[in-house]
Design a protein around this ligand. Structure first.
Ligand SMILES: [Zn+2]
Length: 365
């Protein structure tokens, strides 16, 4: 089935805005580097705060403010205007701004912690910083995955234990059969912000839980909710999280290794005083972004294979495959998903196979 012109337009606009936002970020990094403004920014920070850690914090706040300021129009168009235009959002402008500021605050705290740690390691262990930071950042990712449902998600959303004993029992039985333990089933109050539907298995270890958006609960039958969750448990059964952490670890070490080489190679060219000179941060970010971009098709290709495995598990775990098919239909309608994206777009950017392919796969099983 061909996507409607409305769906195509929505996704085309999203992609254009995504590319514009990315180009602006890239331009800022290049301008800071090639004009030497990053060095001036560092000098200003150091003049007021001679202690390296404090000067770095000031530099980071200035850098963050400039970058968020430049990105704001695109954030608004993508996060507010577009979602409203296509009737997907329930947020008021005030509510959207509140979330935006919260997002800035959270990322300011997390990024400052990570980058302060990175440059402190560069200062004290300049020869081996990239190995030490590799291990530390992976531990940080795992810790964040564990803390997300209890620390990060509640900053943006309300959750309540799901009051539907029959559905809770059904989902817990599904989790038992998948051999995983969850700490409860929660209703995720998404409708105050969005009309889109979502469900997930979040957290790690003692924080692992099922979350179901109220928008999903309002539209989906119980067998459809079961189908959606069965897919999530498929990821668990096939150890996809461990694989993802392993891949992330490889990419992190490779990234830090390349950053180390680039900083050593180009320090003098850009006028940095040495490896520990945090004016080199735009170069560090540029190398990381370049690597992520280069790895994107590989990462997405691997992700689509994992999604297919999870679909296969789901289709075998539920009584009727028609529940899976109708859950896909409903998700694509509610979320205005592209059922048949251009093959190149899917290959490069999509972490999931297209809805059309997932339904076809279920039908021919
Ligand atoms: Zn999945």
């Amino acid at each position: 089935m061909e996507d409607s012109p409305q769906v195509k337009r929505y996704h085309r606009t999203r992609r254009v805005l995504g590319v514009v936002g990315f180009a602006l970020d890239l331009a800022l990094l290049l301008i800071l580097l090639f004009t030497g403004w990053t060095v001036s920014l560092r000098s200003v920070a150091e003049r007021f705060f001679p202690v390296p850690a404090l000067a770095l914090l000031v530099y980071l706040l200035l850098f963050g403010a400039i970058s968020q300021g430049i990105g704001l129009p695109v954030d608004f168009l993508k996060g507010y205007w577009l979602e409203h235009r296509y009737g997907l959002s329930n947020l008021t402008l005030r509510g959207w701004m509140k979330d935006l500021v919260k997002g800035w605050a959270v990322s300011a705290v997390l990024m400052s912690l990570a980058i302060e740690f990175l440059y402190a390691t560069v200062r004290y262990r300049p020869a081996h910083w990239w190995i030490l930071c590799g291990f530390a950042f992976i531990a940080f990712f795992v810790l964040l995955a564990n803390l997300a449902p209890v620390l990060l998600l509640p900053i943006f959303y309300k959750f309540e234990p799901l009051e539907n004993p029959a559905l809770v029992a059904r989902l817990l039985e599904l989790s038992r059969r998948a051999g995983t333990r969850v700490q409860g089933v929660f209703e995720w109050k998404l409708s105050e912000k969005s009309k889109k539907a979502n469900a997930a298995l979040v957290g790690l270890g003692n924080t692992r839980r099922i979350i179901l958006s109220d928008t999903l609960l309002a539209e989906f039958r119980e067998d459809e909710v079961e189908a959606v969750l069965a897919h999530e448990f498929g990821h668990h059964v096939h150890h996809h999280l461990a694989q993802a952490i392993g891949l992330q670890a490889l990419a992190t070490f490779l990234g830090f290794y390349l950053v180390n080489r680039a900083l050593l190679e180009f320090s003098r060219f850009f006028g940095f005083t040495g490896l520990a000179d945090f004016a080199n941060l735009p170069l560090l970010v540029l190398v990381s972004v370049g690597l992520s971009l280069a790895l994107l098709p590989v990462v997405n290709g691997h992700s689509r294979r994992m999604e297919r495995q999870a679909d296969l598990y789901a289709l075998r775990a539920i009584p009727e495959r028609s529940s899976f098919i109708s859950s896909m239909e409903k998700l694509s309608t509610l979320n205005l998903a592209e059922r048949r994206p251009h093959p190149w777009i899917e290959f490069l950017f999509h972490s999931h196979p297209s809805i059309e392919k997932r339904i076809a796969f279920a039908q021919k099983l």
